[in-house]
Ligand binder design. Structure first.
Ligand code: NAI
Length: 234
């Protein structure tokens, strides 16, 4: 599980541990990983760091059945506000990081009879949120990558899906809110974006990830599961 040290990823590792899974949290800062989870320092921008982390997971846990590509960073602004460095930085983590981790894990997943990859996408991939040009483009790429990988690996018995959360109240959102001139006003807009009138909880996303990761979703591959409080269709 990448980005397992905080926010949505932390809720996911807690849910998976509660269901009896042996879980590793790969994170630039894995110190937030809870009791019972293997904390593994890993930067998804760095192939050597990923290779070392996957080797640690396999040697410590014995096997690798599920990869959850969740590490991600945000960016606020229109195309006029964003520099080339911003584009490189966010795409490197949110998109290329997923491809790197998946590539390193695939040889191990091929040995599993319950192999699954779950990517954290976002409703921003399809919904045209304001001030999210780069972030939305990165998540659009995650959606396309999910479908492409599902196609490439279906014959190998590896399922690939993604979850698309609405706005989830985590440190990620608090840091984004701090960049707005009126954070309270922006928070109210973020709450209102979901038809249910509030942000999604990390636990609600974790239940969806746990489902997609489990053999109970054996007929589900190449899909995106919205956990968005009705933001997309209501
Ligand atoms: P967060 O900022 O609370 O947690 C992200 C975790 O990823 C942190 O533990 C961080 O250390 C780790 N991380 C960041 N860069 C990394 C790197 N290069 N290598 C390894 N680990 C790294 O964020 P949050 O909200 O939990 O987001 C997780 C995922 O969910 C992201 O992919 C984000 O785009 C996505 N998402 C978040 C939404 C939200 O409203 N919070 C909505 C939809 C999707």
């Amino acid at each position: 599980m990448t980005g397992g040290g905080a926010g949505i990823g932390l809720a996911v590792v807690e849910e998976l541990v509660a269901r009896g899974a042996r879980v590793a949290a790969l994170d630039v800062d894995p110190s937030g990983a809870p009791e019972g989870v293997l904390p593994v320092p890993c930067d998804v921008r760095d192939r050597a760091s990923i290779d070392a982390a996957i080797a640690t997971v396999v040697s410590e846990l014995g096997q690798l059945d599920v990869v959850i590509n969740n590490a991600g960073i945000s960016a606020v602004g229109t195309v006029e506000d964003l520099s080339d460095d911003d584009w490189s930085r966010v795409l490197d983590v949110n998109v290329v990081g997923m491809a790197r981790v998946s590539a390193a894990a695939l040889p191990h997943l091929r040995k599993s009879d319950a192999a699954a990859i779950v990517n954290t996408c976002s409703i921003a991939a399809l919904n045209g949120l304001p001030q999210r040009a780069l972030y939305a483009a990165s998540k659009g790429a995650v959606l396309a990558l999910t479908f492409a990988m599902a196609t490439d690996h279906v014959a190998e018995g590896i399922r690939v899906n993604c979850v698309s959360p609405g706005t989830v109240h985590t440190g990620f959102v608090d840091r984004m809110l701090a960049t707005f001139p009126d954070p309270a006003k922006e928070k109210a807009a973020m709450d209102a974006r979901q038809a249910i009138g509030r942000m999604v909880t990390p636990e609600e996303v974790a239940y969806a990830v746990a489902y997609l990761a489990s053999p109970r979703a054996g007929s589900t591959t190449g899909t995106s599961l919205d956990v968005d409080g009705g933001a997309t269709h209501l």
